[in-house]
Design a protein around this ligand. Structure first.
Ligand SMILES: [Zn+2]
Length: 198
């Protein structure tokens, strides 16, 4: 996980499509784009590609490849937002996801892992296309699974992070940070209300 300035350690722990969407986030009341930060983004992508089983070196991505990822992220964000509310996503965003996935389609390849045959996805094409296709496939997988209805936005004030609430009681992206922030905000609201009532 990437330690961000606020200590928000959530960016490599959700399904890859949500991790991608969460790279555009609010920290200390300011929108931050992690994909604009050249050191942080490489570290972040190395963890994501490993999780997705993609054998790529994130340091070899060009600026154009990163821009493709940013665009894909925006399409994934609007599509996920519509789908989690059971609304029809914009046609353009869905086509964009499909086009990016089709640019480097995955074929299953059998491989001996030392004790048994395992299937591993294999993509061909330039590294940037393979990475983007991995995320596009991950987005389609989430969008078409019942899990899409479990995607939530963190309830802490000013936090926009999305997560998959496997436990229906989960309310915050990070209980230690956002859970505390929400508790502190509620405490002050209560104190203010009591002061006003006096
Ligand atoms: Zn949060």
């Amino acid at each position: 996980m990437i330690p961000l300035p606020s200590g928000l350690p959530v960016l490599n722990s959700e399904p890859p499509a949500l991790d991608l969407v969460n790279t555009h986030l609010v920290l200390a009341d300011t929108w931050v784009d992690l994909l604009e930060d050249s050191a942080g983004r490489t570290e972040w992508l190395a963890m994501e590609t490993e999780r997705m089983g993609l054998d790529v070196d994130p340091r070899t991505l060009t600026d154009a490849d990163w821009r493709t990822l940013q665009e894909l992220r925006d399409h994934a964000a609007v599509t996920i937002e519509a789908a989690r509310h059971e609304k029809r996503p914009p046609r353009r965003a869905v086509s964009a996801l499909n086009d990016v996935a089709a640019a480097a389609p995955a074929a299953s390849r059998a491989r001996w892992d030392g004790s048994r045959l395992v299937a591993a996805p294999h993509r061909s094409g330039p590294v940037g296309s393979r990475v983007a296709a991995g995320f596009a496939d991950a987005a389609v997988e989430l969008l078409t699974s019942p899990n899409i209805l479990k995607v939530r936005r963190c309830e802490a004030p000013a936090c926009v992070v999305r997560f998959l609430a496997r436990n229906p009681r989960r309310r915050w992206c990070t209980p230690e940070i956002c859970g505390n922030r929400a508790r502190v905000a509620r405490y002050y609201m209560r104190r203010k209300a009591e002061a006003n009532a006096r």
